[in-house]
Design a binder for this molecule. Structure first.
Ligand SMILES: Cc1ncc(COP(=O)(O)O)c(C=O)c1O
Length: 447
């Protein structure tokens, strides 16, 4: 009798649990726990998809932009010292808008570069990577209905960030003028650009040196943008995370230094790119006090404060590099010198194996036209609608070499402009670049 009663009790409990489970799963599917509306249409992300592919296929991954070699010793040692040093507070919260020693270093350094005195506490905001600095820049300035001009191809987060802020992205593509084999020839059509500025335009986002093309906007090109910004009272968000990766004779010009632009420019930088520590996810924005104050409001309602030991180590890194700035020992200069032969080697082996690279003036990516290889690849098994997605996946699965499909860096309406290309990253050990060369050479010998 007692056993029957206990069984009945257990049965009833099971029923209750099951009905709760089915209630929660049905209510979830009915809507209460659905993705919030503001994220609708933003579900996919090229990095999530292709990092997953790399995990599955284990290819030689030249897709994502990070160095596979050591960061400068002094930077990583500083982090170890800071974390284990005597000042225990270095492992605790620091100032929300930026750790004092870091904002002081940034203000002193960028102050010299832009030729004005910067207040560390008013002109600088430190964020969780350039990514968060961009997010705060966009969130704190864009209102519903505002238009934001985005130059294509673009670092993929610009578009969703503008949409999340309620803004409308307005796209304009860089197109090759004549020979497409150098990033210099990828230009904006001036008339087309002019036509994108309307009474609703709030901001334009520029990226120089450019990801993925490696274009460096020259002074004349920046002047056209600056004149339009001034004429239409538009804000400029300048993503300059690759500011030190500039290949001679090119020169990096900061749009904030053009007459009339400081007041309307937010410039974004990244410790990850500057010191080859992309995993640190530390970045900054600098600009006029009123704009930086706005960014701070977005930041304090999002991340609030960034990691103290990383900021302290980054500050020490800047202090050392500032002391040798302009000499070949300075990492900001030596990294570009180290990357130049890698760039040239990649351009050579891609050309020799049937691709047509766009040689970048800056940055550490190379976009290459792969269409000559289509006849040697079997893309029929890949369901993606875009050919570059098919090719990148096929190459990863069958040749074990991975890149990134550039159509991910175009708006829906212009995705076809990216289809003929693949993006590779060349901030990799020579041995890995050689492996990529071998993979492609072997494939060539087989066809
Ligand atoms: C153009 C551009 N902007 C911003 C970022 C983000 O930088 P961080 O890693 O500092 O957030 C990247 C990273 O690849 C980038 O290529």
């Amino acid at each position: 009798m007692l056993r029957r009663f206990t069984k009945l009790l257990q049965f009833n409990q099971c029923q209750r649990i099951l009905s709760c489970a089915s209630l929660s799963s049905s209510s979830m599917s009915e809507g209460k726990f659905k993705l919030a509306d503001k994220y609708k249409g933003l579900e996919t992300n090229v990095w999530v998809e292709f990092i997953q592919l790399a995990l599955e296929q284990k290819p030689l991954n030249l897709g994502q932009g990070f160095p596979d070699f050591a960061a400068p010793d002094h930077v990583t040692k500083s982090l170890a010292d800071v974390a284990t040093g005597e000042n225990l507070l270095m492992n605790q919260y620091t100032r929300g808008y930026g750790h004092p020693r870091l904002v002081q270093a940034l203000a002193s350094f960028y102050g010299k570069l832009v030729g004005r005195s910067l207040d560390p506490y008013k002109n600088i905001l430190v964020g969780a990577g350039a990514y968060e600095a961009l997010f705060c820049g966009i969130m704190s300035t864009v209102n519903g209905g505002d238009e934001v001009i985005i130059i294509e191809p673009f670092f993929d987060c610009y578009e969703p960030m503008v949409r999340l802020a309620g803004g409308t992205p307005v796209f304009i593509p860089l197109k090759p003028k004549g020979d497409e084999s150098t990033s210099e020839n990828w230009v904006l059509d001036e008339e087309e650009l002019r036509s994108k500025f309307t009474s609703k335009t709030k901001a334009i986002i520029i990226n120089t040196p450019h990801n993925p093309l490696g274009k460096i906007f020259n002074r004349a090109e920046l002047q056209v943008i600056a004149d339009l910004c001034i004429q239409h009272d538009v804000l400029c968000m300048s993503d300059e995370v690759y500011e030190w990766l500039v290949y001679a004779p090119n020169e990096h010009v900061r749009i904030a230094t053009l007459p009339g632009m400081w007041e309307r420019t937010i410039t974004v930088g990244s410790a990850g790119k500057t010191f080859s520590v992309t995993g640190w996810k530390l970045g900054w924005a600098y600009g006029p006090e009123n704009l930086i104050k706005n960014l701070g409001i977005a930041h304090q309602n999002c991340v609030y404060t960034c990691s103290t030991p990383l900021q302290e180590a980054c500050a020490r890194g800047f202090e050392l590099e500032m002391s040798r700035f302009g000499t070949p020992d300075c990492y900001f200069q030596s990294l570009a010198a180290e990357l130049l032969p890698k760039r040239d080697y990649m351009a050579k082996f891609l050309s020799e194996n049937g691709m047509k690279p766009v040689v970048p003036q800056g940055g550490y990516f190379m976009v290459a036209n792969w269409t000559e290889l289509e006849k040697y690849s079997d893309l029929s098994q890949e369901p993606d609608p875009l050919k570059d997605y098919k090719f990148v996946k096929w190459l990863s699965k069958t040749k074990k070499l991975q890149g990134i499909p550039p159509s991910a860096f175009y708006s829906k309406e212009h995705k076809r402009l990216g289809e003929n290309y693949i993006r590779f990253c060349f901030i990799k050990q020579d041995s890995n670049l050689k492996k990529a060369d071998e993979i492609l050479t072997k494939w060539k010998s087989e066809r």
